[in-house]
Ligand binder design. Structure first.
Ligand code: ARG
Length: 614
């Protein structure tokens, strides 16, 4: 619908200029051209779009909105291009113009999409939404070395991956960065502790696994908090590491490798691509951050620490909040690293990434951290004009009880166990269903379906809620065959594949080798309201994807795919397809084909694979 919206917007603007030349000229001179306020129709019975611009003009023109709407309508009716696109418009309510696209225009657009691998979704460069050369950076997942990857990281991974996929599909070069926590004081304690209790872990690559490391880390932290001598040695160890001491470096490298192997397993299962560029990468740039801030006259020394006082952000005592850049002992912190990262990401190559848009996907608890870091980066002059810098926050993952997700014994949930359980539950459900339906399937089939559906369910449950709210994790809900769930959507795809198996030619090479061009007639004919509802729903894909890109909300895409599946199921339950007479049959099969393609594409952008049978 984007193309139509753009064409209509242009035609409406021109009509306004012709109907009210003086007001239009004045508005242009004032830098605020008259706006037809084109929007999607609020209800299907109002047509496809409505233009509300007449209302805002009533006062300046001293005419009633309906009079203004009538004048616009007269101009539109004289416009041949408009007439080719829309049926005669209706004036409604106080002065809205209701616009309905011509059926033959909708049918032709649908036909065009059958042979378009992008299904009508333009590239961002074609729709003027930003340049396609400067990379967009999505900073997501970003777990910490020697610590377990937890459900918060899972959310970041799933949401970040989906946003990256949408941006890539729109043609942006995307840099998917894993900002792993691989630097800082925790390594001092961990290395000191391991030297004493498990020195082999520091010299042999596979001496310990992540579970052991996490336990060692806990012990080290406890000693650090209780034992002053241990504290002092740990601090010395950090200094050694940061100054490049070869023994410390090698120990650090091994620890990172061990964690990395575990992370990679999760990424592999979830089909996530990421480039690791951890905190340590920015170590050489930390001094430059301090120097830049000093030169910009932003640094204040407060109780020995170098900090920047934040504008408009107060602490509990009402005093301006400082962002500490360098601690009194000379050490740097999480925020300093993030400042160095921003500086690097926006800097022109080869000194940096030359990004024009940077997105951080982390829990909402880090909102203040990013607000502070972004403010300092702007004041330091590191953010180019027109660049976008965004924190994409998300809520907590809660258990069924509304509390933080925990295992029954009260431990934090390991991601591996969580994914395993989703797949196991799926397998059990599937085996039960096979018995009920008296179906015979081999183990490969069961495994493949259970894995695909289980992982899809975990991802979809996360993506389909508005990310900003907390999200209640429930296997039962996410695996249900009914409702806004992955199984429901996957089932719609399976249903359509079933049509091909029953002899319906969907032109996708399954039932025939012919291309859609040959299979579907040039003129598609629709008569039933269920068909038109499905046509209109299918044509919304481009608008929805542009919105997801703009608002960075994958749940918009989920709602759309759910709505599409429902509209499709209504159509397929109420209108004959395979038994229809030939002309109607071909047009209806075209609807089935495009529905399957749209669901596959949309689910693909959510990182979810589809099945032909389940
Ligand atoms: N490692 C951090 C954590 O586990 C997330 C890092 C997010 N990215 C960033 N540039 N700060 O909370």
């Amino acid at each position: 619908m984007l193309r139509f919206a753009q064409a209509l917007d242009t035609q409406l603007r021109a009509a306004m200029e012709r109907a009210f030349p003086e007001a239009a000229a004045e508005a242009i001179a004032a830098g605020r051209p008259l706006d037809p306020q084109l929007a999607q129709a609020s209800k299907p019975e109002f047509g496809d779009f409505q233009a509300n611009g007449a209302l805002a003009l009533a006062k300046p023109l001293q005419q009633s909105p309906r009079q203004i709407a009538a004048a616009l309508l007269a101009e539109l009716e004289a416009d041949v291009a408009f007439g080719a696109l829309c049926l005669p418009p209706q004036i409604a309510g106080p002065g809205f113009l209701n616009l309905t696209l011509r059926p033959e225009v909708l049918a032709a657009e649908l036909r065009r999409r059958l042979t378009d691998p992008r299904l009508g979704v333009p590239l961002a460069s074609e729709s003027g939404a930003g340049s396609a050369v400067a990379p967009v950076i999505v900073d997501f997942s970003s777990p910490n070395i020697a610590k377990e990857m937890h459900v918060g990281h899972l959310r970041s991974t799933i949401i970040g991956d989906s946003l990256a996929r949408v941006l890539e599909f729109r043609g942006h070069p995307v840099l998917r960065l894993n900002h792993v926590g691989d630097w800082g004081t925790q390594f001092g304690m961990l290395i000191t502790h391991l030297k004493q209790v498990a020195p082999e872990a520091l010299t042999r690559a596979d001496a310990v696994d992540l579970g052991d490391l996490v336990a060692f880390y806990r012990q080290a932290k406890q000693r650090f908090d209780e034992d002053e001598a241990f504290q002092a040695t740990s601090r010395e160890e950090v200094v050694k590491l940061q100054s490049g001491d070869s023994v410390s470096r090698r120990a650090w490298q091994l620890l990172c490798d061990q964690s990395r192997r575990e992370f990679e397993q999760i990424y592999g299962r979830l089909d996530i691509r990421l480039s690791e560029r951890g905190e340590s990468f920015y170590n050489p740039y930390l001094e430059a951050v301090v120097a830049d801030l000093e030169a910009a006259d932003l640094l204040v020394v407060d109780a020995g620490a170098k900090c920047v006082f934040l504008e408009g952000m107060q602490g509990k005592d009402g005093n301006p909040l400082p962002l500490i850049v360098q601690k009194s002992d000379g050490g740097f912190n999480y925020a300093t690293t993030d400042l160095a990262a921003i500086r690097y990401r926006f800097a022109a190559p080869p000194a940096g990434d030359g990004a024009r848009w940077v997105i951080y996907v982390t829990d909402a608890g880090q909102a203040n951290h990013f607000a502070g870091v972004f403010q300092v980066a702007r004041r330091a002059g590191w953010i180019p004009e027109g660049a976008r810098l965004e924190h994409v926050p998300f809520g907590l993952v809660q258990g069924d009880d509304g509390k933080k997700l925990k295992t029954r014994s009260g431990d934090t949930v390991r991601l591996k166990d969580l994914l395993d359980e989703a797949v196991e539950r799926c397998e059990a459900d599937l085996r039960r269903r096979l018995v009920e339906e008296e179906r015979q399937e081999d183990d490969d089939f069961v495994q493949q379906v259970a894995t695909t559906v289980g992982l899809a369910a975990v991802k979809y449950a996360d993506l389909s809620t508005n990310r900003i709210t907390n999200y209640q994790f429930s296997f039962d809900r996410m695996l249900a065959l009914q409702g806004n769930t992955a199984p429901y959507l996957l089932y719609a795809v399976v249903r359509i594949a079933g049509i091909a198996r029953k002899g319906g030619d969907l032109g996708d090479g399954a039932a025939t080798s012919a291309e859609p061009q040959a299979v579907f007639p040039d003129l598609l004919l629709f008569s039933e309201p269920q068909e038109w509802a499905l046509v209109r729903e299918l044509l919304k894909l481009d608008t929805v994807i542009a919105e997801v890109e703009q608002e960075l909300l994958p749940n918009r895409l989920c709602s759309y795919l759910f709505e599409l599946s429902q509209v499709f199921n209504r159509f397929y339950d109420q209108v004959p397809v395979l038994k229809a007479e030939p002309a109607a049959r071909a047009s209806r099969l075209a609807l089935c084909r495009l529905t399957a393609d749209t669901l596959k594409l949309g689910l693909g952008l959510l990182g979810i694979a589809t099945l032909e049978r389940m």
